[in-house]
Each structure stands twice: as structure tokens, then as C-alpha cells.
Ligand binder design. Structure first.
Ligand code: AMP
Length: 259
């Protein structure tokens, strides 16, 4: 059994996970559920894109045998959604955790429910939400769940922009401008061993904030496993860069392996 948890409004990024699951399992379940407990902003929850009919068509195009689970809130949570609180050590404090209070407890609550419901052999998540993949890894070990965690590469537009359901909210020109997010990560990666990272980060911040309606929320280099933000680099360790850019009220995130 392979499970692909999603919140719907599917795009090629989600479909790449579903295709991989289809190739590697006898039975595949795709869950489509906009999980209220992981939203810390009620407008974000209300406005989250929904398109169940189209999602079903896209999934059935891959194979009619793929099963879809699209429960309502009551089926998952009953009368009042309760969030579980986990001890994720350092992983949930930094980066997204600083800006989205309790987000990762909400993610872990729903993923734990889904894993216990389907008892899959394989579960699939995207590297685009790298911090989330590390939270799930920790959840699996904390709850001693018997499942293989599969982390799948980020699918991008031609211009480098990581596909996201939230890209639907960008205008045509904002979508073009948003290619600066991935370009910035590449610039940081290219300069990782050579030049002054502080000045590269400053240059990136200036260039992003110059774009109309764009604001850099964070650009950090963090240890790839603890996700602790690092200013001093030890070449023996593995690092990733994490970025979040706000376009109007829309938060776009991305990340890259640096070494
Ligand atoms: P979401 O519906 O946003 O919760 O995403 C469902 C799954 O799809 C998560 O594991 C995401 O990391 C993954 N995903 C979202 N965007 C992409 C992308 N551009 N490439 C690969 N995986 C993605």
C-alpha cells in the first residue's frame, strides 16, 4: 500500500508523487483533505484553492485503480478538531515554525491519523516542503510507525519556480518575477564555498524586495538534519538553504541542498 497525503488543487508536483507511488505499490491511496489544524491564519484556510472534480480527473488519468480518500472535517476530527503536541526537538522551531505557530503539530496530527488509518508500506512527500519531511521522519520514529518515508524531488516551472497550489493566486507577471526565488537559491549554492555569504544574502534580499509586491520573509542556511540555523559552516556537515518570499499575502517557500 502506498499513501500520498495532499490538500488537493493538484499540480504536476503532486502528480509526480502519485506516479511514483503507482509504480512502487499494488494499492495506492491519495488523500485530499484541507487540514484545518495546520493553518494558523484563518484567511489562508478559507481561501485555500479547492478543485476536487479536477483532482479526481487528474488522478484517474494516471490510473483508474488509484483510490481517493476525500473525507470531510467531521469524519477526521469529530465535533471539535484537537491538535496533538509533539516534541520535535529543534526541527519545528526555526524557519516555517517561527512564522506559523503550531503548524507542524497540525501537520503531524493529520499525518499520524492517516498513517494509522491506511497502515501503508510507503508514504510519499515532496522535498519542496523539506522541513515537513523532517517532521514526518521524527513523527514516524516518535510513534514507532512501520512505514517507508519516500522524499520526492521538487517539480518546477521552466523558469525554476517550484510548483505550488498557492501559485494560482499570483498574477502572470508575479509568476514570472517569482522565478527569482529559485535563482536566489542557485546563487547562494554557487557562492557557498567561495565568497562572503553575508553579502550574497544581502544582495539577494535587495533584489527580491525591489520587485513589486515582493518581500523576503527569510533566507537561512540550516543544518540539513537538525534544521538549526547556521552562521559558521563546518565542511563535514550537510547544509540546505531555505527561503520564504511573500508576494502580497501569499507565502512561497523553497529550499536547496548546498553541499
Ligand atoms: P500539499 O497539497 O501542498 O500539502 O502537498 C502535498 C504533497 O505534495 C506534499 O508532500 C508536498 O511536499 C508535495 N509537493 C507540493 N509541491 C510540490 C512540488 N512542486 N514538487 C514535488 N512535490 C510537491
Amino acid at each position: 500500500i502506498g499513501l500520498v497525503p495532499t490538500m488537493g488543487a493538484l499540480h504536476r508536483g503532486h502528480l509526480s508523487l502519485i506516479e511514483k507511488a503507482f509504480n512502487e505499490n499494488d494499492v495506492v491511496w491519495v488523500s485530499i483533505f484541507i487540514n484545518p489544524t495546520q493553518f494558523n491564519n484563518s484567511n489562508d484556510l478559507i481561501n485555500y484553492p479547492k478543485n476536487l472534480k479536477n483532482d479526481e480527473l487528474l488522478i484517474k488519468k494516471i490510473s483508474k485503480s488509484i483510490e481517493i480518500f476525500s473525507p470531510n472535517e467531521f469524519e477526521i476530527y469529530g465535533e471539535n478538531p484537537k491538535i496533538k503536541t509533539y516534541d520535535f526537538k529543534t526541527i519545528d522551531n526555526e524557519l516555517e515554525g517561527r512564522f506559523r505557530k503550531n503548524h507542524f503539530n497540525g501537520v503531524a496530527t493529520i499525518v499520524s491519523k492517516l498513517l494509522n488509518l491506511f497502515k501503508p508500506n510507503n508514504v510519499y512527500f515532496g522535498e519542496k516542503d523539506y522541513q515537513q519531511t523532517q517532521i514526518i521522519k521524527k513523527l514516524i520514529s516518535l510513534e514507532k510507525i512501520n512505514v517507508n518515508l519516500n522524499i520526492c524531488p521538487t517539480v518546477r516551472e521552466k523558469n525554476g519556480l517550484a510548483l505550488s497550489s498557492r501559485n494560482n493566486f499570483l498574477s502572470y507577471s508575479e509568476r514570472n518575477d517569482a522565478s527569482i526565488i529559485y535563482k536566489s537559491l542557485i546563487l547562494l549554492k554557487n557562492n557557498f564555498n567561495t565568497s562572503n555569504l553575508i553579502s550574497t544574502k544581502k544582495e539577494i534580499k535587495n533584489n527580491i524586495n525591489k520587485k513589486k509586491n515582493f518581500q523576503l520573509e527569510y533566507l537561512e542556511i540550516a543544518d540539513a538534519s537538525t534544521l538549526k540555523i547556521q552562521s559558521k559552516i563546518n565542511p563535514k556537515n550537510s547544509y540546505r538553504a531555505f527561503i520564504c518570499v511573500r508576494v502580497n499575502d501569499i507565502r512561497l517557500i523553497d529550499n536547496i541542498l548546498l553541499n
